[in-house]
Design a protein around this ligand. Structure first.
Ligand code: EPU
Length: 418
């Protein structure tokens, strides 16, 4: 088991490149199941969840090769089950449900249990498949979905769900007739999914808005595609520059996906300038408080809430952070408190009072974005911080400590305790 050891207090300086988006790569890899033949995906990030998705595809019978440039040949799918062992480590495993039922008329996917950040059921995915004609049964903790051929349907989501929208777009791509998804997620990763499916021969309109229509086709074909940059990694690096009062050019990102994050950095007094497909972040000494409420895109992303809390703790005055997407996404708060932050949680709201001068400590990562937040606090802290359970970080960031070292941070990965 590794830990990350950070000696804080170095201002980050220089340029850093953003990797491919985890939350785009996962559904894209799953969509390879929709077509016979070999697809090539470029700019696929080398991180834990991608490794898990590749393992799942191999178990289903796909031939998967390569890392940054990954090929998947889904010609001979022989197994239709996403087992508990994989779903429990990565809930996005449920993304194979739509393509398997859509192309093969059958799928068995372990029902995800609760996870660290919330209950996260998949009832909306199942409701949509049922509306398209799938028979859904629950047996021994597995969802068993079957259909001769799915048919088009009108589906209104009860809440905005990112992977739910992606799963049903994939299922509907090969259904007979037209499917309408209302109250659909507008996230850039959903738009990217539609772009990929359309390149495969699907007929999808409206992705990126709340109303998506999918005209089913009989067959899809493989493709060659480069995954969009990771907006959460970009945002994390931007906050890292701000909390260390650094000067960093975050390159190869899509700044238009970062509007909400950039607006809040600017509200906090951080200087942010967009330079083509790069963003320069210049940290100012005085940080201003700012209130944040997480919302579906284009609102402020829940995946950036924990990292922003570090910046808010440095602000002079009180900031209020409301988490509206997941019910249990404040597990970093007790750890930040151990590093000196003054944060009180009341229900889904955290009240942050600053300015805090973080002090290094031994802290425990509890989930992916919480672990990024602790690394950022460590970079800003006086003294040494040890972040334990870094496997959470490795699920979603490609070589984060190497990138931070390239910017002048004193960060090492060492073999350590649990
Ligand atoms: N929900 C339901 N029923 C459903 C689906 C969702 O009640 O059938 C609820 C969830 O419990 C949650 C809310 O709806 O409270 C939103 O969940 P959503 O389905 O949108 O989340 P997700 O698709 O499982 C994706 C990202 C998450 C990101 C969320 C929100 C992927 C692989 N994961 O999850 O990313 O936080 O959307 O934007 O795309 C991360 O990268 O750290 C991460 C957790």
């Amino acid at each position: 088991m590794y830990k990350i050891v950070i000696r804080g207090g170095h201002k980050l300086r220089g340029e850093v490149r953003v990797s491919g988006a985890k939350n785009a790569a996962l559904p894209i890899l799953a969509s390879s199941l929709l077509a016979a033949g070999r697809s090539t995906y470029r700019n696929v990030p080398d991180l834990g969840d991608v490794v898990t998705m590749k393992k799942l595809l191999r178990q289903l019978g796909a031939k998967v090769e390569g890392d940054g440039s990954t090929t998947v040949d889904s010609t001979h799918i022989t197994n239709f089950e996403a087992p508990y062992e994989l779903v429990k480590t990565m809930r996005a495993s449920a993304l194979v449900l739509g393509p398997l039922v859509g192309r093969y008329g059958q799928a068995r996917v372990s029902l995800p249990g609760g996870c660290a950040i919330g209950a996260r059921p998949i009832d909306q995915h199942l409701k949509g498949l049922a509306a398209m004609g799938a028979r859904i049964e629950l047996e021994h903790g597995l969802v068993n979905a079957r259909a001769k051929r799915l048919h088009g349907a009108t589906i209104v989501f009860d809440m905005v769900t990112v992977t739910g929208t992606e799963n049903l777009m994939m299922a509907a791509a090969l259904a007979k007739g037209c499917t309408t998804l209302e109250n659909a997620a507008c996230e850039p990763e959903v738009e990217e999914m539609a772009r990929v499916l359309n390149k495969m021969g699907a007929r999808i309109r409206g992705a990126g808005t709340t109303l998506i229509t999918i005209e089913g086709v009989d067959e899809l074909h493989p493709l060659d595609h480069a995954v969009i940059p990771d907006r959460v990694e970009a945002g994390t690096l931007m906050v890292a520059a701000a909390v260390t009062r650094g000067n960093v050019l975050v390159k190869d990102c899509l700044p238009e996906h970062l509007d909400a994050v950039i607006a809040k950095l600017q509200a906090a007094g951080v200087e942010v300038t967009v330079e083509g497909d790069a963003v320069r972040v210049l940290g100012r000494r005085e940080i201003r408080p700012a209130d944040i409420a997480t919302r579906p895109y284009p609102g402020f992303p829940t995946d950036m809430q924990a990292q922003f809390m570090v910046l808010m703790a440095q602000a002079r005055g009180q900031s209020v952070l409301s988490e509206n997407i997941f019910e249990n996404r404040f597990m970093h708060v007790p750890e930040l408190r151990r590093m000196g932050a003054d944060i009180v949680v009341e229900g889904h709201t955290a009240i942050v009072r600053g300015p805090t001068k973080f002090k290094g400590a031994k802290v425990m990562a509890t989930d992916l974005r919480a672990s990024a937040c602790l690394v950022l606090a460590g970079l800003a802290a006086e003294g040494t911080t040890e972040v334990l359970r870094v496997y959470h970080l490795d699920r979603g960031y490609e070589h984060l400590e190497r990138k931070l070292r390239g910017l002048g941070a004193d960060v090492r990965r060492v073999k350590g305790e649990l």
